[in-house]
Design a protein. Structure first.
Length: 269
């Protein structure tokens, strides 16, 4: 399987040797990764491995003590989430919040609602807003949705898909998805994974943080394994099958050794 990583293209977003410390304790230690358009990079690791800190760095919430962030090959320093969004980086948080009493289309636009007419007679174009919302949601696999219903009626998977659809519509180039903590059925999880693939197929660079090797292998082109804030493995679908990936994530202190062994075995084929 060929991925964007094979083309030598400049990454849309790159980390080089990034270190984050909380006091004297490193939450991330010299972490490097590259996100390219049309590719899903899945990040896996146990609790405390550094996944949440990584998302915070990419989203502009956390500034690294060392290392570089590059957008299209140019160094950047995010001082706020607004600066990250201005560079085309959209984050879907695990504890995604919506305004439950507002409609789905209101949550979709969030202050960027379409209008019609001229001042002082300008007014919201509700019909257009509902049409765009329904079309954008269908693009990520949510069909038959009434965009005028209260957002509180959405299931967990549909809420994540709403955030992904919004990022696609408003021109994000990099999508960072922190696995939701809300309980989901298999159908709801499948909806989120379908949304991830829709974003990839639209040319976005996607970083998907997940605890599940099974779900990761369904959508991932590459897999970054974190352990104690360090990169313990950087593999492709050609390097591992789902059983290998499951064993690696459960590898604990042996994770790096297992990763090297699997890569060597793949190279000998």
């Amino acid at each position: 399987m060929s991925t964007a990583a094979d083309t030598g293209t400049t990454p849309a977003l790159e980390l080089r040797g990034v270190t984050v410390r909380y006091g004297s304790v490193p939450a991330l230690s010299r972490v490097s990764l590259a996100l390219r358009g049309g590719q899903v990079l899945c990040v896996l690791g146990e609790n405390g491995s550094g996944k949440s800190t990584l998302v915070a760095v990419l989203s502009g919430l956390q500034r690294p003590a060392e290392g570089e962030l590059l957008v299209d090959g140019r160094p950047v320093r995010f001082r706020s989430p607004q600066q990250a969004r201005a560079c085309g980086i959209a984050t879907v948080w695990q504890d995604l919040a919506i305004a439950p009493l507002m409609s789905v289309w209101r949550n979709f636009f969030l202050g960027a609602e379409p209008t019609r007419g001229t001042w002082p007679f300008r007014r919201l174009d509700v019909g257009r807003a509902e049409e765009v919302t329904a079309r954008a949601m269908a693009q990520v696999g949510v069909t038959g949705l009434d965009p005028g219903q209260a957002a509180s009626a959405l299931q967990a998977g549909e809420r994540q898909s709403l955030a992904i659809a919004r990022a696609l519509h408003f021109g994000a180039r990099v999508l960072v998805i922190d696995e939701p903590t809300a309980p989901m059925t298999v159908t709801q999880r499948a909806l989120v994974l379908q949304s991830v693939l829709a974003a990839r197929d639209s040319g976005l660079a996607v970083l998907f943080v997940t605890h599940s090797p099974q779900y990761a292998h369904l959508v991932g082109d590459r897999f970054l394994l974190l352990g104690d804030g360090r990169v313990a493995g950087d593999l492709t679908r050609e390097d591992v099958d789902v059983h290998d990936l499951t064993r690696l994530v459960a590898g604990g202190d042996e994770l790096s050794r297992l990763t090297d062994s699997l890569r060597e075995a793949h190279q000998r084929r």
